[in-house]
Design a protein around this ligand. Sequence first.
Ligand code: ZN
Length: 512
Amino acid sequence: MKTNINVFAVGYARISIKDQSSYSLTFQEQAIKRYCEQNKLTLIAFFRDDGESSDTFDRPNWKALEEFLQKHKDLVQYLVVLELDRFSRELTKALQKIDELYQKYKIRVVTVSEPISQDSSSPSSFLMRGIKLLIANHELNLIRSRTAQAMLQAKESGRFTHHAPFGYRNKKDRAGLPVLEIVPKEAEIIRFIFQQYIAGVPFSLIFEEARSQGFNRSGNNSIQHVLSNSLYAGFIKIAKSASQPERLVKGLHQPIISLSLFNTVQDLLKRRHKPIASKPKQVIPLRGMLRCPCGAAISGSYSGGRSRRKYLYYFCGKERSYNFPGETLHLMFDKILKQLSFTPTDFDLVREKAVTWLQEYRKNQGTQIKNCVDHIKAIKQKICYLQIALLNGVISTSMYNRAYADCSLHKAHWEAVANILRKEQLPVLDMLNRAGETLMHLNELFTTSREAEKFKLMKLIFPEALEFDGKLFLTSAVHPALAFNYRKNLFYDLLTLKQSKDENKGKTSEGR
Ligand SMILES: [Zn+2]
């Protein structure tokens, strides 16, 4: 019985994403352990490789394994694997390694399908192994060419198969095929980068602001990379092959920016050879935030001129001649934000309403919690009846089990609802008071915000583009909470609400 008690073995399991092995690490480990038990081998160590390529022995855990074997070469006699292709799919490398382990440490490699007595150094077993590995090797080659083929095909059909760039995440569709999904928060940053670039903001500043918003790429060229990535406009680049030059195909994914914006940026990138690397000394608060009626973004710059005092002016990105003094524009804009801000009376009214609503809500919450408790009580009662029915033989065990499971589910539901209601005690009034301070002084908030925050605030107040036609600001929408102020204050000489295209469409069809 105890003949083999002092025979020591080491186990090795590996899965590889690349060769799509189908045995899980756990499965391999269990099979190896079973084999060791059956053959009375004492398993003293186990090494796992998770997802590394099977081509080389540079795998980190393989190195650890070799170090271990070297250290304990006088103790260990066997290295146990599930199949030889776990060891390596590369034929010559695997055979060399098997031979090397035997020559160096007198350690034999066995698979769980082989009897332990097999002399792995005999010519016949060497040949058998060679054949097995040859098959594995052939499979690997097949997989490789299939993968390359599949990747190209996927690309041609508009599927992006690589790691998703910032703004997207990799997903599988219903058929299990790779698709890109927009990450809304990141997409917002991508749009911001494109807009800023169009508006003439230097790369360094775009980078800094994008980072503060959550852009996580680093390096000097990350902004240029974003700007020249056709993926954001919905197109996939296919590298040139022997038969075809580099080309773009329409992707299946949702674009983040429009094709025309992308093309404009490509033209600009070509024209502006050198990126403007130096940071601007002056602040240009409205740069990139306004639009000219022609559709181009309004940019800003400090004049050089002969006079010593430099002054800020804004101009249309397309029609350079069209420009306005910065100071005037700032004053106008400040006034608009001031007028849109809540008045103290407005805010008191809102707070008053909120307090009433909150009291109502809390009362309601109490009623809802009581409602939950009643439901739970009723379900408990029902379970009680079910137990009596079961004991009296009125219902079968399977019926009881089904009904009981159903009751438990309902009970859990009402308990969860009650818990949520009990926890929901946000300091709403505190939050409201804090918000009030900013709501009453939007202009100050804008002036003191960082550039990235300015953009956010702008987007919030004016969800659609804000145009400036030289005299008047125009937009098709103001945040609903502020639209009331807009109407009440009657400052049409500064800001005009124009009809959005959709509304226009609705009107004409109604009229007919
Ligand atoms: Zn213009």
